[in-house]
Design a protein around this ligand. Structure first.
Ligand SMILES: NC(=O)c1ccc[n+]([C@@H]2O[C@H](COP(=O)([O-])OP(=O)(O)OC[C@H]3O[C@@H](n4cnc5c(N)ncnc54)[C@H](OP(=O)(O)O)[C@@H]3O)[C@@H](O)[C@H]2O)c1
Length: 334
């Protein structure tokens, strides 16, 4: 497995991480046995970075990771790095009502996560969204205290803008910013990525397949359950979806020419953006995982990159990447 280092202060990790969110939430029905088998297959293949959030299925995802790590070999357990997001406030019905980044809340969230994960430390800990009521310095300061106490190894950030990245980094070393980055979500390129590079902060990129939209496996006929994020996503609705799927078909022609899949091409493109970027793969089955991991064998030369750019030019996606209410929580979009 190829490896990359997350920023100048972060850990060395597999070049692709496994995002476990869809195994517990937001993408429809899940299969626990297949989810655990997928985590095991990822570890077997040399993936070391497992990404979760305490609010993914309200603890379900952390308990799933706990089970997967308890039932793998000691060597795999030892190598696994667990990245946890916290801070989301939920309702009984599953809604999201805001974020809590107060220092006492940070320590409370961490205590519950450690218990659910069955570990004595979290490798990377980050608030999922900036709490607008709490200066980021205070939230990061609380995580820094958890680092000093040995409960957390590294401090991460999620979906924040360049200014917030700078404020956070002034308090304590930050390993990586987790943020959406794909062929059709390139917002980080103007200011956020340069700020991370200047400060020696890595990027863990999510939504590399735009939640399946640019995987080459999506179609407008796909039925979605009401709780599925994509049933509310502007990019997956109506004319936007039709437009976005034409981009996928253009990308498919490039992928076909190279004898690889659309998903592999989209992942390889993010990998090609820099050694400081680690894409998170949202695979929920061993089959999808195997397809995605093969992206590591895809080399994109200058002609390939030109062809991809022509197929999916920057800014060509139709629709925002989140519904309006969720866009409002994104410091990275301000
Ligand atoms: N920091 C944040 O704000 C944030 C937000 C969202 C996610 N994340 C993290 O990032 C991770 C990845 O994000 P994501 O789930 O949106 O990523 P993604 O990889 O863009 O999308 C995953 C979806 O793509 C589909 N897919 C189709 N072909 C695939 C293939 N070959 N390999 C993998 N998936 C394929 C999956 O399909 P099926 O439906 O067939 O399973 C799944 O529904 C999450 O698990 C989570 O840990 C972070």
């Amino acid at each position: 497995m190829q490896t990359r280092v997350l920023g100048k202060n972060g850990p060395r990790t597999s070049a692709l991480g496994l995002g476990c969110m869809g195994m517990s939430a937001l993408y429809g029905d899940t299969d626990r046995a297949e989810s655990v088998a997928t985590v095991h297959a990822a570890l077997d293949a040399g993936v070391t970075l497992l990404d979760t959030g305490d609010f993914y299925g309200m603890g379900h995802n952390e308990l799933l990771i706990n089970e997967a790590l308890r039932t793998t070999s000691a060597a795999h357990r030892e190598r696994a790095l667990i990245s946890v997001k916290f801070g989301a406030l939920r309702t009984v019905e599953g809604g999201f009502t805001g974020y809590d980044g107060r220092p006492e809340a940070v320590k409370n969230f961490a205590a519950y996560s450690l218990q659910r994960l069955g570990t004595d430390h979290i490798d990377i800990y980050r608030i999922a969204r900036l709490d607008p009521a709490v200066p980021v310095e205070e939230t990061v300061g609380a995580i820094a205290e958890l680092v000093t106490a040995g409960h957390v190894r590294h401090i991460g950030l999620s979906e924040v803008g360049a200014e917030t990245v700078r404020k956070a980094a002034s308090v304590a070393p930050v390993s990586d910013l987790q943020i959406e980055y794909s062929l059709i979500s390139r917002g980080i390129e103007d200011q956020i990525l340069p700020a991370c590079r200047e400060l020696g902060i890595g990027v863990t990129a999510y939504g590399v397949l735009s939640r399946g939209l640019i995987s080459g496996n999506w179609s407008s006929q796909r039925e979605l359950s009401p709780g599925d994020f994509r049933s509310m996503s502007p990019r997956f609705s109506g004319e936007n979806l039709e437009r976005n799927l034409t981009l996928v078909e253009a990308l498919r022609r490039v992928a076909d020419g190279k004898g690889v899949t659309v998903a592999q091409t989209a992942i390889a493109w993010v990998l090609s953006r820099g050694e400081d970027i680690v894409p998170l793969i949202g695979a929920r089955t061993r089959e999808r995982l195997a397809e995605s991991l093969s992206a590591l064998d895809v080399t994109l030369d200058a002609d390939d990159l030109d062809a991809i750019e022509q197929a999916v030019p920057a800014g060509s996606a139709a629709g925002d990447r989140y519904p309006a209410a969720q866009m409002a929580h994104l410091d990275s979009e301000k």
